[in-house]
Ligand binder design. Sequence first.
Ligand SMILES: Cc1cc2nc3c(=O)[nH]c(=O)nc-3n(C[C@H](O)[C@H](O)[C@H](O)COP(=O)(O)OP(=O)(O)OC[C@H]3O[C@@H](n4cnc5c(N)ncnc54)[C@H](O)[C@@H]3O)c2cc1C
Length: 418
Amino acid sequence: MDADVIVIGAGLAGLQSARRLQRDGHRVIVLEAEEAVGGRIRTDVIDGFRCDRGFQVLNPAYPAVRSWIDLAALDLQRFGVGAAIRDATGIRTLAHPLRHPRHALGTLTSSRLTAAELAGLARWIVPTLLRATVASRATDDETLHDSFDRVGLTGPLRRDVLDTFLAGVLADSSGTASANYVRLLVRSFALGAPGLPSAGMQALPEQMAASLRDPVRLATPARAVREGAGGVEVSTDSGALRARAVIVAVDPQRIGELTDRPAPATHGLTTWWFSAPQSPRRGRFLVLDASRPGGGPAGPVWNTAVVSEVAPSYAPAGRHLIQATTLLDRPDGRADEHAVRRDLERIYGVSTAGWEVLVHHVIPHTLPAQPPPLVDRRRQRIGEATWLVGDHRDTASIQGALVSGDRAARGLDGILTA
Ligand SMILES: Cc1cc2nc3c(=O)[nH]c(=O)nc-3n(C[C@H](O)[C@H](O)[C@H](O)COP(=O)(O)OP(=O)(O)OC[C@H]3O[C@@H](n4cnc5c(N)ncnc54)[C@H](O)[C@@H]3O)c2cc1C
């Protein structure tokens, strides 16, 4: 045997499985197809700018992050708790009045925050906030839009803020995601201010990989998995490896290459990264567009942020970094640079003539779909010695990927030590 367990894939789920198994005293080999760890969490450094592969944030309130990640070492640079909303009259910031007192008056007098909608929002989220864990996730579930309708969230707060913000988070503007899943995400947003590690999002998986005794074998794709008497054989381009068990931690669209399980449906987005000589807007808030008559974005950009205002380490001194996200389930999700620039000029009210595109990330498989009913503890043992892990087995998030990896490792530990 080359190891007790072979882990295929060094995304968060695979890395957490490997770390847990190592801690429990098992010999682990981790194979990664790419030349770096991280999977969907990678950071490109371009001309001194840190461009994450698709805009994303780390929420320090995720229970798995609090338990297993050294957050202090990541040196999170936090977003403001709220959002800046663009409409025909300008940009107004809606922010947590206690955390951002400067915006308290504007927030509390905003016509978007009607008493009826705030009461609806409270009915929608407070029960989830009060529970330490969210039980009965699969029962009483429904689509996000139905759940908003049911509590009377039908006005401008929903149209201009919640629907647009959540579509960006889910990479899904259809409103058909599981309401219970979204409640879990919103709970984390309510309990913690998301941020960006000073070295980029990839610092998260790199921290995890650094604690492995045997380094991840990079640029080593697994080609096939075969169960046999007493264990498994994993083929690679440089020969076969044998172990007592295998954890398949590959991205959702690749599951079918190594197992007999179907790939889950996924949602996608694109992120444009621009450098600029001046910041188009001061402040640490995500900017949402609500300029379409009737609410919501008027163009292809669903959210944008001056990332260097939040995370100065993402740009060289004196320069600025702007992200703009489009959604692939929208007809204009693949809008070209010209259309995106035009939209950003309208949103920020500045010319983008001096801006340069650093990179455009198109990520069709950003997140697995999570329709109701929410099943967040999917079966992971799919053979005598084969486990399948990833955010598609739990919740479609950093939290879900970590929990999925950890859950499989704990299950396997019981079997390996029996
Ligand atoms: C643009 C974007 C924005 C996001 N925003 C957020 C956010 O704000 N908050 C949040 O909580 N989550 C967010 N997510 C989701 C989060 O990043 C994922 O849920 C999580 O990273 C998934 O980890 P994973 O280990 O399940 O899978 P992956 O990260 O996909 O890892 C799979 C790994 O397997 C490797 N692999 C594939 N095939 C093979 C093979 N044959 N052999 C060896 N290795 C192989 C891949 O190279 C990859 O490294 C976002 C994701 C993206 C892409």
